[in-house]
Every structure is written in C-alpha cells, then in structure tokens.
Design a binder for this molecule. Structure first.
Ligand code: 4UV
Length: 566
C-alpha cells in the first residue's frame, strides 16, 4: 500500500457555490430555531434573525465601499456578532483574515499589512491595541461603540437594500478566508483558503461528524479566529441548523455554568429571548421574542475541546459541582491527546463518545477523523475523511513507508489550501509538484488504515493548541539591543501541552546589566499571552546550527531532556 485512502466513498463537492451560499442557504428552513446564543449574556439570534442581520451588515459594508477581493480583518473574542460580520463580508466576495484577540499592536499591524486589510472589525477589548497600531485601514468597525469607529449597531440598522442578489465567485480560485499559520517553518503566513476548500471540508466531514447528524447544541469556547472554531464549530453548526452557544474565552466557572445552564436549551432559549429585551438598544429593535413553539429541543450535548480543556474536565474539583449530564459527545483536536486521558475522560464524564480529529489550517482544516460509530483505538486520530489520501514518508529519503512505521504525513485532497499569500517559495516547499501537502507531522497508520500522530518535525510549538512560531520569537529576541542570537524550542508541559523556552546569547556578555527577568518583561510586552516564554530563558554561549545556519532544534531539545533527567 503506498497511501491510505479514505475508507469512505467519495462525496460530491459542489464547485458552483460560495461558502456563504453553502452555509446560509438553509437558514430559511431553520427559521426561528436558535442559531447563536451568548453563553454569558443570553443574547441570541435565531436563524431567521442571523440571516437578516448578515444581509443588513453586508449591505452597509457595500455602501461603505467594500468590494470583492478586499480583505477585512476581525479581532474579537467569540460573540454572536462574529458570524454576522464573517458571513456579511464573504457574502459580497470579501476575504476575512482572523486575528487572535490577545495580539499586541506589532503582531496585529504585521498581519494586517501582510494581508493588505482595508477594513478592521474590533471588539471593545482591542481598542487600545488598535489605537497604538501603525498600520491604517480605510474604516474601523466596532462590536459595541468607541470614538473613531463605526458601530455594529449602525451597520445593523441598514435597510439591507444593497445586499447583492448575485456575486460572481469562482469558488476554486477565489480566496474566502485568510487565517495565519507558520506552517512547517518560519513566521506566520497568510493561508489562502478558497470557498471550494471550505465547502469541501464540510462535505467531507458530513458523513463522519456527529454534529452534522442531529439536532443538538455545541458550546463554542474555542475561538472562531482559529480554523478549528471557525469551520469545525461555527460554520458546521450553522450549516446543519444546530445551536451554537458562544463563550468569549475559557474561564472555569463560566464554562461549567454555561454547560449546566444550557443543559436543556428549550428552557434556556426562552429565558435568553426574554433577556434579549434588556440587551443593547441596537439589538432591542432587532431581536424578536422567540415563542416556546418556535424552539426545537436541543441541549449542550457536544463539546469540541483541545487537550488542556479535556484535562481540566478530568482533573478540576470544580467539575463535580455542576450538572454536566447533558453532555453526550466530546471531540478533541489541535494537539495530541493520549489514550489513557481519553479513557479516564470517558469514565468520568460519562459521555457516549470521545473522538479525535487531526487537521491543520492549511487543510481547511480536517484531514482525519474518528467516526463516532467506531469509537475504539482511543489514541488514534481515525481515518482520512472522504476524498482524502494520506501517505507516510521517510522525511530524509522521501520513501513511502509501510503500515506501523512512523514517517512524515503527506495529504492530498480538495481541502488543501491554494497556498501562502505572496509566498511562492514557502508554498512550493509545503505543497509539492504532485499536490501533496507536507504537514511536518510524524505519524503512522496500522493494518486497518487507522492513523496515529506521534511527533512533529516542523518548528511549530503548540501552546494549548494555539500556534507559536519559534522564528517569530527568535526575531523578536534578536531585535533586543542586548541579545546577539536566540533559539526557541517547545518543551513539554502537563497543562498546556508545550511551552516556549528561549536560549539566548548576550552581546558583550550583557555587561552584567541585563537579566532574564527583564527579557521576560520585554517579550511579554510585545506578544500575545500564548507566546510568552513560559518555559524560561537560558543564557548560553553557543546555539547549535547546521552548516547552512539552520538552528538544530532537535539537538537543543535533546540537551534539555538530558538536563532535566539529571
Ligand atoms: O494549523 P493548526 O493550528 O490547526 C489545528 C487544527 C485542529 C483541528 C482540525 C480538525 C479537527 O477536526 C480538529 O478536531 C482539530 O490545530 O495546527 C496544525 C497542527 O496541530 C497539530 C499538528 O501538529 C498540526 O500540524 N495537531 C492538530 N490536530 C492534532 C495535532 C491531533 N489530533 N493530534 C496531534 N497533533
């Protein structure tokens, strides 16, 4: 066997619809079912309201000059306005680039200028960061209100008259979203994901994903700015008429309280509709009351997790204080999760299924998935989704490996990105001439075609499932006046999976003035929280490099392992 083909029959992937049409086309059939609810405030949109809101906001954006192919950046925690803005932009052929809401001004500026963003949507929590940003956009929008911004409430008051009845989209070549990923090496790059890539990935996962099958409710605690939250949770929920309850981030008590509160969302949705009346004036005129008759029974039955959240549910004593009995299914992805943790989770949380998915931004994102119908091989990431081939190669020789021998995972399928924005060299290094995406992950498949991930050969560090690019931190450290060279590795951490650790060489041996504490402060002031040097800083006199100047990270990692084993 040279490659592992999906065991599922190929699915038909429509190539004549935009992602907007694909996801929202069924909204009329879902009518007054709840679509998006804010888990904290109870503010809620039904499918009918969401549809109407998207059209109004799209029309308002067209009136302000948004054109097909222009990039709109969004920096906001999860909220019910997020999908409105997202689908409004792509409905008119605009491209969405999503930013981590913890970003500092340099990180934000760098992404926006690289993406060529012409508009910015921000949450109130990012106003300070945006005000310090050097990069200027044509117009700024805000979820809430702030001076110098056009507010969401103004956009939603639009009469919808300029919502375009038709936008010509070439779904295979037009970019729909532009999330950022460091891929196998270097700094973050814009991942050009087409409408077709996204339609394909939702179609490919349809036969395998439980969420797509029944009328349930998912808790969206993972951020929509990351491909997992954006596609696997938000878009998939909406496409299939499922209810999505959003949280702005992970906070233990509100996370548990929200699952308990929405354990029977027939009741909670009605409560939410009454709460709506008191929300904000902009929504008040817009959000209609939902009658009990309108609401189909659904409950928070489905949790999409990253390994640290699974560990939290397993270990925190807080968990026993809440009624989580509505949970039926859990899934984890974005970082490795061992079979033992999965077994303990199944026992403790009493969920029917706990499955893993494996994917990456560059694959829109899902590559393999465990089918809920065959919930065994707990440590595995399942099988390639329909229309997908994987092969496992020796990274040095390129030789295709047989079952049970770990090698680099290569992927081919309709979900593979168009490439990296303005980076032909990086694109060619990642997608080879035969169309195989080189993932930089190491894994193997067994005799039954079930896949396992065992390691990563790419530079990427994953802190709680979020990307940290070593090259970016190294460049930041080297920009410090007292540092002449730097290397970053990821070291294991029980709670976060991995944490970044720095090795630095000081200029003039630091003259005794600079301390690692000061360097920590410097880094902390410049980067989003998930990139902080939580693994510490070591001052060294040499950084091991290859003849071509590449940092030998594996060697540094091995040295680190030896030092802690002593
Ligand atoms: O680009 P990214 O940040 O993308 C993701 C995607 C997570 C997904 C995708 C589809 C799912 O169904 C799902 O449940 C989760 O995180 O990072 C991509 C890298 O993250 C590691 C691997 O190194 C990828 O190249 N990764 C993703 N999933 C797994 C994983 C996993 N299940 N086990 C081990 N590593």
């Amino acid at each position: 066997m040279t490659s592992v083909r999906s065991p599922y029959p190929d699915v038909h992937i429509p190539d004549n619809v935009s992602f907007f049409e694909y996801v929202t086309g069924n909204f009329k059939n879902f009518g007054n079912k709840p679509a998006m609810t804010d888990g904290i405030t109870g503010a809620s949109y039904t499918f009918h309201q969401l549809d109407d809101a998207i059209k109004r906001v799209a029309s308002a954006l067209v009136k302000r000059g948004l054109k097909k192919g222009e990039v709109v950046a969004i920096i906001s925690p999860n909220c019910i306005e997020w999908p409105v803005l997202f689908f409004a932009v792509i409905s008119v052929g605009g491209i969405i680039t999503t930013c981590n809401h913890g970003y500092k001004e340099t990180e934000l500026s760098s992404q926006l200028s690289n993406a060529g963003a012409v508009y910015l949507v921000a949450a109130k929590s990012s106003v300070r960061t945006v005000s310090k940003m050097r990069y200027k956009v044509r117009e700024r929008f805000i979820i809430g209100d702030a001076d110098g911004y056009t507010s969401y409430s103004e956009l939603i008051r639009d009469d919808g008259s300029r919502f375009p009845s038709f936008v010509k989209i070439n779904s295979k070549t037009d970019i729909c979203v532009l999330p950022y990923s460091s891929g196998t090496t270097g700094v973050s790059k814009g991942v050009m994901i087409s409408h077709y890539n996204l339609v394909a990935n939702l179609e490919q996962t349809r036969p395998v994903r439980i969420r797509n099958r029944k009328n349930n409710c998912s808790l969206a605690v993972l951020p929509f700015y990351h491909i997992y939250g954006m596609v696997v949770i938000m878009s998939s929920c909406l496409r299939y008429g499922n209810h999505c309850v959003t949280l702005p981030g992970f906070e233990p008590k509100s996370f548990l309280r929200t699952i308990e509160k929405y354990k029977d969302s027939l009741l909670s949705t009605v409560v939410a509709s009454m709460e709506n009346i008191h929300i904000c004036s902009a929504r008040k005129s817009y959000v209609r009351n939902i009658s009990v008759r309108d609401v189909s029974p659904s409950k928070v039955a489905r949790l999409s997790l990253v390994p640290p959240l699974a560990l939290f549910l397993l270990k925190s004593p807080l968990v026993d204080k809440y009624d989580l009995s509505s949970l039926e299914d859990a899934g984890s992805g974005a970082a490795p999760l061992g079979d033992e943790v999965m077994q303990q989770f199944l026992r403790k949380m009493k969920v029917k299924r706990f499955v893993q998915g494996y994917g990456m931004t560059e694959a829109s994102p899902t590559i393999t998935l465990v089918s809920p119908d065959e919930n065994h091989n707990l440590g595995s990431v399942g099988r390639p989704v329909p229309n997908t081939q994987c092969k496992f190669i020796d990274p040095d020789s390129g030789k295709v490996l047989p079952p049970n021998v770990p090698g680099e995972i290569l992927v081919k399928g309709p979900q593979v990105m168009l490439g990296y924005l303005n980076r032909p060299k990086a694109t060619a290094e990642t997608i080879d001439k035969d169309g195989w995406l080189h993932t930089g992950d190491v894994g193997y498949y067994d005799e039954n075609g079930i896949c396992y991930i065992v390691d990563r050969i790419k530079e990427l560090i994953k802190y709680k499932g979020y990307q940290v690019a070593p090259a970016e931190l190294e460049s930041l450290l080297k920009s410090h006046p007292d540092i002449s060279d730097a290397a970053i590795i990821g070291i294991p951490d029980e709670r976060a999976g991995e944490i970044p650790r720095a090795y630095i060489i000081l200029k003039d041996s630091g003259n005794g003035k600079i301390t690692t504490e000061k360097i920590q402060e410097y880094v902390t002031s410049k980067v989003a929280p998930h990139k902080r040097l939580r693994g510490g800083i070591a001052i060294v006199t040499e950084i091991p490099k290859s003849a071509s100047g590449k940092i030998l990270r594996r060697l540094i990692r091995d040295q680190y392992k030896k030092s802690i084993a002593k």
